[in-house]
Design a protein around this ligand. Structure first.
Ligand SMILES: [Mn+2]
Length: 272
């Protein structure tokens, strides 16, 4: 039995299938963790969702910002943006069961001292605190008021976590940390503008994984394609898994038990 963690799919279905074949993935024995952003930008988001859902109990998946965007468009008040490639899902005959499946996924997945979240977690959050905060969002997603929650979800404020946050501000901040974070200030303020590599750090900000932690957590994340799987200057055990599949890069899997990385090149490009 092996656990494989696969980076951001972004609608790259052929690469997903190719990588699963290369892994000789067996859903009866193996576990698949998906780091989120299954959809958007690439050409085959609908097929990626169907494939992931079909794996049933063999897959554990965390939500990324693009997965949330899909839910907000379909079930909140969000509008499609120019570069989105989500129409096929919205028009699909099986859209409701697919969206239901997506909406039931998590903000974090943990096994012992390894924790996966799409963008990462704050240095000052313990693993159990991150899991508990993620669960607050999961409860809102699964509640009968999920439509109202999704309608209010998007926004950049508050941009700094405080334990005293309440209501939508609290949930929005948790989602922004766990699905959108890249550079943060020493006091934990999030920057939402810089999306390139480490050279694009705003003054006074550093990548979240360059801050020390009090535990020995091994953190797995995707989201930051410009890192191309590297985490220079990391002060903690961490694995970056987004290797830019939808932008002509590759799709990467990490075998959790051995630390081995297995990748396939992508053949089809998405929209940048
Ligand atoms: Mn992302």
């Amino acid at each position: 039995m092996s656990t494989y963690v696969i980076g951001d799919l972004h609608g790259s279905h052929s690469a997903f299938v190719g990588l699963m074949e290369k892994l000789a993935f067996n859903p009866a024995h193996d576990c698949l963790w998906l780091v989120g952003d299954l959809v958007n930008r690439g050409p085959d988001s609908l097929e990626c969702l169907r494939e992931a859902r079909q794996l049933g109990g063999a897959v554990r998946c965390v939500l990324g910002n693009h997965d949330f965007h899909l839910l907000v468009v379909a079930r909140g008040k969000g509008k499609l943006r120019k570069k989105d490639t989500l129409e096929a899902i919205l028009d699909a005959p099986d859209r409701e069961p697919l969206l239901d499946w997506l909406q039931q996924q998590s903000l974090s997945v943990r096994k012992e001292s390894t924790l996966m979240a799409h963008a990462g977690i704050l240095p000052q959050w313990s693993m159990s605190q991150a899991e508990a905060l993620g669960k607050e969002v999961e409860m809102a997603l699964r509640s009968e008021h999920s439509g109202a929650f999704l309608a209010e979800l998007f926004g950049d404020q508050p941009d700094r976590w405080q334990d005293s946050l309440e209501g939508m501000d609290r949930l929005r901040c948790i989602v922004n940390v766990m699905t959108r974070m890249r550079f943060i200030s020493p006091r934990g303020r999030l920057d939402f503008a810089a999306k390139q590599g480490l050279e694009s750090a705003p003054e006074g900000y550093a990548p979240w994984f360059q801050y020390p932690r009090e535990d020995n957590a091994h953190l797995l994340f995707g989201h930051w394609a410009a890192l191309n799987g590297q985490t220079p200057g990391a002060r903690i055990p961490v694995d970056a898994l987004d290797t830019g599949c939808a932008w002509g890069g590759s799709l990467t899997a990490l075998k959790l038990e051995s630390g081995e990385r297995i990748a396939v090149a992508n053949q089809k490009n998405g929209t940048a």
